[in-house]
Design a protein around this ligand. Structure first.
Ligand code: PSU
Ligand code: MN
Length: 306
């Protein structure tokens, strides 16, 4: 076990007994939603995972320790402290740990810590990708490199069109990351079920998702798998409304010269500001939907390994 890592007792026991565990990220808590909805959602997501037969392990950095499995108090702390908790990607880990700081883990660092702990399935909302204009800014999320090298299955609701979805798919193809649509041929775009882009494969059951990932690992192929699960119809947003908000957010970020790790949080916050409570509600619902599928898939994956 990595000397900087603490796994909760409940998660450690489940992992040792080949019982299902689902990892969850903490950037969504500190930077993704306002307080108190962030804390309420994080706790609700854990509950949904339990109701579907798996153990939740929310991942973060607390006082310089890598944590897989947080207490309710730790979740409250991350939610209340919000943007003052630094967003931690792969390159940030050494200094944050050496200084004994707290950190909110992105998809990248949640995958790293999940893999250290032996957790194979991770549920979130959206993943990072290739930003629009990346051909000049070179702004490509470290999440894509992590998917290429770390053996964790990431279940998300697709990618937001703050990104260039076509270039994101090209990058994942180059890196050998399978992009799976759950019960869909079309890549979902987070707030909407459609994007105009195709996924690599459509799979229709948690068992099929688990089998594909199991086979990938058994073959000795490095890296993860991206499962895209469309937002439930009842909560999906009007594409015209959301795309207008995204275009305005990107325009403002260019004018303000936003760059580096601030880009994604800036764009997400602006889109939320423009679309108001509607997008927050959709965001919460799609995360719960992904948590359910992740718990079912983690259970199916345990059966593959028996
Ligand atoms: N919600 C999204 N997209 C995201 C994020 C949340 O719809 O990208 C968060 C996730 O934690 C993700 C991180 O791993 O932002 C990516 O940041 P960057 O683009 O700076 O790599
Ligand atoms: Mn970036």
């Amino acid at each position: 076990m990595n000397k900087y890592l603490d796994v909760s007792k409940e998660a450690a026991e489940a992992i040792a007994a080949n019982k299902p565990v689902v990892a969850l990220e903490s950037t969504i808590i500190s930077h993704g939603m306002p307080y108190p909805q962030n804390v309420e959602t994080a706790l609700k997501v854990e509950q949904v995972i339990r109701e579907n037969g798996a153990v939740p392990a929310t991942i973060a950095i607390i006082g310089g320790r890598l944590k897989a499995g947080l207490t309710r108090e730790e979740i409250e702390h991350l939610g209340k402290t919000g943007y003052d908790v630094p967003k931690v990607s792969r390159r940030d880990l050494p200094v944050i740990i050496a200084r004994g700081m707290d950190g909110a883990t992105t998809v990248t660092t949640t995958m790293i810590i999940a893999a250290m702990a032996g957790i194979k399935v991770f549920a979130t909302g959206g993943v990072g990708g290739v930003h629009r204009g990346a051909e000049t800014t070179m702004d490509i999320s470290a999440d894509l490199e992590e998917l290429a090298q770390t053996p964790v299955m990431v279940i998300c609701a697709g990618a937001k069109s703050i990104l260039d979805l076509g270039l994101t798919l090209e990058y994942l193809e180059t890196k050998g990351v399978p992009v799976i649509g759950y019960q869909t041929e079309e890549l979902p775009a987070f707030y909407t079920r459609k994007s105009g882009f195709c996924v690599d494969y459509r799979l229709d059951t948690p068992e099929e998702l688990a089998q594909a990932f199991y086979v990938k690992q058994e073959m000795g192929l490095a890296g993860g798998m991206l499962v895209t699960n469309p937002i439930p119809e009842a909560f999906s947003m009007d594409p015209a409304v959301i795309n207008k908000a995204i275009d305005a957010a990107i325009e403002e970020s260019k004018q303000k010269g936003i760059h580096g790790k601030e880009t994604t949080p800036f764009l997400l916050a602006k889109v939320k500001e423009i679309t108001g409570g509607d997008s927050l509600d959709s965001n919460i619902q799609l995360v719960l939907n992904n948590a359910r599928l992740a718990a079912q898939t983690a259970s199916a994956l345990c059966k593959c390994a028996q």
